[in-house]
Design a protein around this ligand. Structure first.
Ligand code: F6P
Length: 360
């Protein structure tokens, strides 16, 4: 059995729907173990900055509030990356912060980047950690689903439903640019759910001519509108990154491929007027779907159960219909989970007539 009395919880990386359901569920499950929970503010900043920034959470903090039902992070989050050369110093400050608060373990709610960075801090500082995957990109390795993805997919699907009606009224091809970073999970699953005609993802090369052939086929079939989904991580037809923007640690910031596509299509084909919707951060919001709330609840309960049983250094996940846990070292070694171009999602989209690029 564990000797845990006090744990910390933090949310790290881009926010998404379902984070508050995770936080409140961890607090409830930990309270039933008789543990105290410290909510760390603004990702790891609450432990690495001085003064430390945190608050004590109890089930009462959430029981009479709408927090578990809404998106955003009650604790605040951090999405700025960390320079490799400052990792040792950050680990030291993180470890000191944990020690000062007397935390026996930390629950980290994050995506692939956060699992990597914070598990390094924890390893270097000798802190027990359990990870809970969340991200609208769904690119955290080993788990099939991360908290927040399903809600983001619903937001994109709702947008496609709205776009279809106006595309129909104006006989246009409307382009929806969705997030997802370098992974096409959000794009392909939204395209399937929203019955799109074209879906471009970073993992599959495409050609402007291929898209035009699809649009021409739509015209020939007697339909005079179309909807196109493009993932923000898609590059130009010749492989260039569209946006030159970078974050504080020099990582690229995506955005703009929708506009590129619109111009590139118009330059060669005037069969449809095109317009672009860049959905942006609304994809990280919206009331969490039932699926995300269930994922949040079970992940949270499992994280506390693992700690109570003396486990550390693992991430909870969902795979092949089962809730599991995976060593963080294995999660980190897998890097980012990209869309498999031969997956059933891609194959289904192709078989249903969606242009998904030039499949090999
Ligand atoms: O990882 C989640 C995500 O929303 C990505 O899809 C997107 O590329 C990125 O974060 C945007 O980050 P920020 O809000 O920091 O610009």
């Amino acid at each position: 059995m564990s000797e845990i009395k006090k744990i910390g919880i933090l949310t790290s990386g881009g926010d998404c729907a379902g984070l508050n359901a995770v936080i409140s569920s961890v607090v409830k499950a930990a309270d039933r173990q008789g543990w105290q929970v410290y909510g760390i503010h603004d990702g790891t900043d609450g432990l690495t900055e001085r003064p430390l920034s945190y608050e004590i959470l109890t089930p009462k903090s959430f029981s009479d509030t709408p927090w578990p039902r809404i998106s955003g992070s009650y604790l605040g989050s951090l999405n700025k990356g960390v320079k490799m050369d400052s990792q040792a110093e950050m680990s030291r400050r993180f470890g000191e912060g944990v020690k000062e608060l007397g935390l026996d373990a930390v629950v980290v709610v994050g995506g692939d980047g956060s699992m990597n960075i914070v598990s390094n801090y924890c390893k270097n500082a000798g802190v027990k950690m359990i990870g809970i995957p969340k991200t609208i990109d769904n690119d955290t390795p080993l788990t099939q689903f991360s908290v927040g993805f399903n809600t983001a997919c619903q937001v994109c699907t709702d947008a496609l439903d709205s776009m279809e009606t106006t595309a129909r009224s104006h006989h246009r091809a409307l382009i929806l640019e969705v997030m997802g970073r370098d992974a096409g999970h959000l794009a392909i699953q939204s395209a399937l759910a929203g019955f799109a005609d074209v879906c471009l993802v970073p993992e599959i090369p495409y050609s402007i001519d291929g898209i035009i052939t699809k649009l021409e086929d739509i015209k020939k079939s007697g339909r005079s509108h179309a909807v196109i989904v493009v993932s923000e991580g898609v590059k130009t037809e010749t492989g260039e990154q569209v946006s030159g923007a970078k974050n504080l640690v020099g990582e690229k910031i995506n955005g703009g491929i929708g506009e590129y596509l619109s111009h590139a299509l118009n330059a060669k084909y005037q069969g449809f007027q095109t317009r672009v919707t860049r959905l942006g951060h609304v994809q990280r919001s919206g009331n969490p779907t039932a699926f995300d709330r269930i994922l949040a609840s079970v992940f949270a309960a499992k994280a506390v159960e693992l700690l109570a049983n003396g486990h550390t250094g693992v991430m909870v996940g969902f795979s092949n219909g089962k809730f599991e846990s995976y060593p963080l070292e294995q999660v980190v070694a897998c890097g980012t989970s990209l869309l498999d171009a031969h997956s059933d999602y891609v194959r289904a989209a192709h078989d249903l007539g969606i242009y998904v690029g030039e499949l090999s």
